[in-house]
Write a protein that binds this ligand. Structure first.
Ligand code: ZN
Ligand code: ZN
Length: 355
């Protein structure tokens, strides 16, 4: 953890700040190891302050090393009234997360020589590049999630409700020691045409496609995967849709390596789907970073200019959603490596009928 704070401290000049105030629980966990719900830290070249309230003092003593510990006064942010040098300080804050009210209160509490400067995203950029230990945790979460789904598929899909399947997946994840990474999506038939359909109480029929998007959280890290299965024998149109998404997913996955910008990888899938006349049915980005949050940097999308680099973990998940007909999405979780990529999702991607 101390190495992470070190790396962020080295980035402070880029944001033209002397110190960074970190209030986001996820970023705080990343930098300090603290798993409680209320804390903050201040990082500068010579500064490692960690503040929490009385409930978490003992936990912080166990989890947080390399920082000076302080117990907050009753008003949490008032801890920041003290402890500043007598010269001007530019204090960066996470402007994408701090509330307007917290900002106003901080301005009142801080001494006059401390200037608040918007500096959001510094920790997120650091988090985007995973360390070897983080990659192994994500790999373990993905393997756990794959096992859980295989167990559920063993009982078939047709005749069960979407909701029952979603619950079974989440239960199987929990029995293996994980937590669901997000609310499991199970979308059958025409429901599949909505990318984020909520599982309903209709029975999954024979002869259709069923999209399942699920993941596990393990030691704070997430996995994210989608497979579209068949029940019985779906019609020719649905099979063609599946073949298109399968081809687009494979082509984009093949382009994941150090170098290309997120938008270039996105374009590979988007052009294939567009050429087949389904451009308007692929309304979301190709993928997103995954780590301590299910959606984090970097993005694979038409607007993503950042180049992929070793240590990035992203999803590759093209989808085609045809209103009134159905949808297909195939999503793999993949790490960028020096030589290319390492795919964490191991369930097959040929159209499989699970009955
Ligand atoms: Zn997903
Ligand atoms: Zn995803």
């Amino acid at each position: 953890m101390t190495a992470r704070a070190e790396r962020v401290a080295l980035r402070l000049p880029d944001a033209e700040v002397d110190c960074l105030l970190v209030t986001s629980p996820v970023n705080l966990r990343y930098l300090t190891g603290f798993t409680g719900s209320n804390g903050l830290c201040v990082i500068g070249p010579e500064v490692r302050r960690f503040v929490t309230d009385f409930r978490y003092v003992e936990r912080a003593a166990r989890e947080v090393h390399g920082f000076e510990h302080e117990r907050s006064p009753t008003e949490f942010l008032a801890a920041l009234r003290e402890g500043w040098p007598d010269r001007p300080v530019r204090l960066g804050f996470e402007d994408h997360l701090l509330t307007v009210r917290q900002h106003a209160r901080l301005r009142e509490l801080l001494p006059a020589q401390v200037e608040l400067v918007a500096a959001g995203g510094l920790v997120e950029r650091e988090r985007a590049v995973k360390e070897p230990g983080e990659l192994e945790t994500i790999a373990a979460a993905a393997a756990l999630a794959d096992d859980a789904l295989e167990e559920v598929l063993g009982a078939g899909l047709a005749g069960r409700t979407e909701r029952a399947v979603a619950l079974a997946v989440e239960d199987a994840v929990r029995r293996r020691g994980g937590e669901p990474a997000f609310s499991t999506i199970v979308a059958a038939g025409v429901n599949g045409s909505s990318p984020h359909a909520s599982p309903g109480d209709t029975e999954i029929p024979q002869g259709t496609l069923v999209t399942i998007d699920w993941g596990a959280r393990l030691d704070g890290y997430h996995s994210d995967c989608t497979r579209t299965f068949a029940t019985g024998s779906p019609g020719e149109d649905l099979r063609a849709l599946y073949a298109l998404v399968e081809r687009a997913q494979a082509a984009a996955l093949d382009a994941v390596r150090p170098g290309p910008a997120g938008r270039e990888v996105d374009a590979i899938a988007r052009e294939l789907i567009g050429a087949a006349g389904h451009g308007e049915h692929f309304g979301h980005g190709l993928g997103h970073g995954v780590g301590l949050e299910v959606h984090e940097a970097p993005r694979l999308a038409t607007t993503a200019g950042e180049a992929l680099q070793p240590g990035h973990v992203v999803t590759v998940e093209p989808g085609v959603y045809v209103p009134g007909v159905g949808g297909v999405r195939i999503e793999d979780l993949v790490a960028v490596t020096e030589g290319g990529r390492r795919v964490f999702s191991r369930l097959g991607k040929q159209l499989t009928s699970v009955g």
